[in-house]
Design a protein around this ligand. Structure first.
Ligand code: ADP
Ligand code: GLC
Length: 503
């Protein structure tokens, strides 16, 4: 029994504000802070990407690191920065791998080497610490191999014998599938190249290897934890996930209240709360003016902030959206990038209706906040969505989400027509333009015909709390289960923590 906080090493390819391509970056940062607030000693291992300036984040050089890869030792350097929230961020410097303008490379590039190295280096970082971590917690395919490295290093490196591993799956579409050419470099034992482990159709699958090795698994919503056990939710990995179902927990992500709170959000032109929504009207007007839209309070403004990936179902809007704009019943603002066809669809739509639609192609954290603050409805018609953060931010900002009821979207948004009278947005089921079109028409009709319903939905939406503290408490239970696999039963955190963890 341990009368102290756990030592947790989070290993990830993203952690905001230093590196973010999607929700993974938000989650790693917020989970780290929430665990630290609950009394755990948290460190995050992240590559020192080219755009991260160690001086600007006040990082100190800890020293050089030798990492034994399969083809020989690889040199690196380790920096340490303490970002807000008390979490130590360990930055792994390896110029050839990480001094690039993007987090992920093109398929066919050297990402297997880059992230295999991150996974293996994290274990050397764990060993260099005065006290090794109790838990190594990997996220998605880029750090999944860390769980396999740990499984084998436990035999040769005694301090790691009691360290448990946890793998959180954020997105099964991205599995880290590579040609077998990287295998010798990774330096994992030959038995790991089995079809139920890292081998996949003659190549490598880094996520699959991690699924086989982790002591415990998590994914980012309860509904997705069930969905991923059957096709198409498992993206081909369902048999391997089903084999680990007893060790898998669905834990809904939270909302980082320090970053996403309309009462304090410095990126909004005006702040507001559920008690006084005048600020939200001001945010809408400011957004309309900035985008060149007609500054009308009476027309509903639909917002989108998203990667333009097939997962997000934005193609369903191609048929459903134009009629609303043509009839002047709605306005639209889109922020995002990705699929070239969707980029030009939104650009052309905005070109055709410059006073009713605006398309911002690219990435802007600031515009994302402005849209959450200024829009009336937030669109997320995802084909699948393990958790989804956009709809949770939208709820908090009183921007009613219109979502397909899948994964985390089904766990967080209640339809306006819910018999329990607890609606917070609009949901639809079939992944078709017709079903989405019907949901959009329902939203527009509610807006014009039932303003009191809109006000009630908005109040309930803004009262929802998706707490990272609750999520961190559930991760504590996952850590305890993983530690039990290592023979460490009844692991108890410090007094202040254990009470909360029991709840
Ligand atoms: P995913 O991780 O699948 O992209 P999530 O909803 O979990 O989906 O998280 C997406 C995160 O990325 C949110 O914080 C969202 O605001 C942000 N985001 C996505 N696209 C953009 C963009 N173009 N500009 C700014 N933020 C974006
Ligand atoms: C993934 C998923 C998204 C989830 C995010 C953070 O990218 O697509 O649904 O919210 O990870 O867990």
């Amino acid at each position: 029994m341990l009368e102290r906080g756990l030592r947790v090493l989070l290993v990830a390819s993203e952690c905001q504000p230093l590196a973010k391509a999607g929700g993974l970056g938000d989650v790693v940062a917020a989970l780290g802070k929430a665990l630290a607030r609950r009394g755990h000693e948290v460190r995050v291992v992240l590559p020192l990407y080219g755009w991260i300036d160690p001086e600007r984040v006040a990082a100190r050089l800890v020293g050089p690191l030798r990492v034994p890869m399969g083809t020989g030792d690889e040199g690196a350097a380790v920096w340490s920065a303490r970002l807000d929230g008390g979490v130590e961020t360990v930055l792994l410097e390896h110029r050839r791998f990480y001094d690039r303008p993007q987090i992920y490379g093109d398929p066919g590039g050297d990402d297997a080497w880059r992230f295999g190295f991150l996974s293996r280096a994290a274990l050397e970082i764990a060993l260099e610490a005065p006290d090794v971590p109790d838990v190594v917690h990997a996220h998605d395919w880029p750090s999944a191999p860390a769980t396999a490295y740990l499984a084998h290093l436990r035999e040769s490196r005694a301090p790691l014998a009691g360290t448990a591993s946890v793998l959180t799956i954020h997105n099964l579409e991205y599995q880290g599938r590579f040609a077998a050419a990287a295998w010798p470099y990774l330096g994992l034992p030959a038995e790991e190249l089995a079809s139920e482990r890292f081998e996949d159709l003659g190549g490598l699958n880094l996520l699959k290897g991690g699924i086989a090795s982790a002591d415990a698994l998590a994914t980012v919503s309860p509904t997705h934890a069930r969905e991923m056990l059957t096709p198409p939710g498992g993206h081909g990995l369902e048999p391997f996930l089903a084999a680990r179902a007893a060790d898998t927990t669905g834990i809904l992500n939270g909302v980082d209240d320090e970053l996403w709170n309309p009462e304090t959000d410095a990126l909004l032109p005006r702040r507001y709360s559920v008690h006084d929504l005048r600020g939200k009207s001001a945010c809408k007007r400011a957004l309309q003016e900035r985008l060149g839209l007609e500054p009308r309070a009476d027309v509903p403004l639909f917002g989108i902030v998203s990667r333009f990936a097939p997962q997000k179902g934005l193609d369903l809007l191609i048929a459903a959206l134009p009629p609303l704009l043509e009839q002047g019943e709605a306005q639209l603002v889109v922020q995002g990038s990705g699929d070239a066809g969707l980029e030009s669809f939104f650009r052309e739509l905005a070109g055709r209706h410059p006073r009713r639609a605006a398309a911002r192609i690219g990435y802007s954290e600031e515009m994302a906040h402005a849209i959450h603050g200024g829009a009336d409805f937030f669109l997320m018609p995802s084909r699948y969505e393990p958790c989804g953060l956009g709809q949770m931010y939208a709820l908090r900002y009183g921007t009613l989400p219109i979502v397909r009821a899948t994964g985390g979207l089904a766990d967080t948004v209640v339809d306006a027509a819910s018999p329990g009278g607890d609606g917070t947005g609009l949901t639809f089921t079939a992944p078709t333009p017709d079903a989405l079109g019907a949901a959009l028409r329902r939203a527009v009709e509610c807006w014009y015909v039932r303003p009191s319903l809109i006000a009630r939905l908005r109040r309930r939406a803004m009262a929802q709390r998706f707490s990272w503290d609750a999520a961190a408490a559930r991760y504590e239970a996952v850590y305890a289960a993983a530690l039990a696999k290592r023979g460490r039963h009844g692991v108890r955190r410090s007094d202040t923590v254990s009470g909360a963890a029991a709840g």
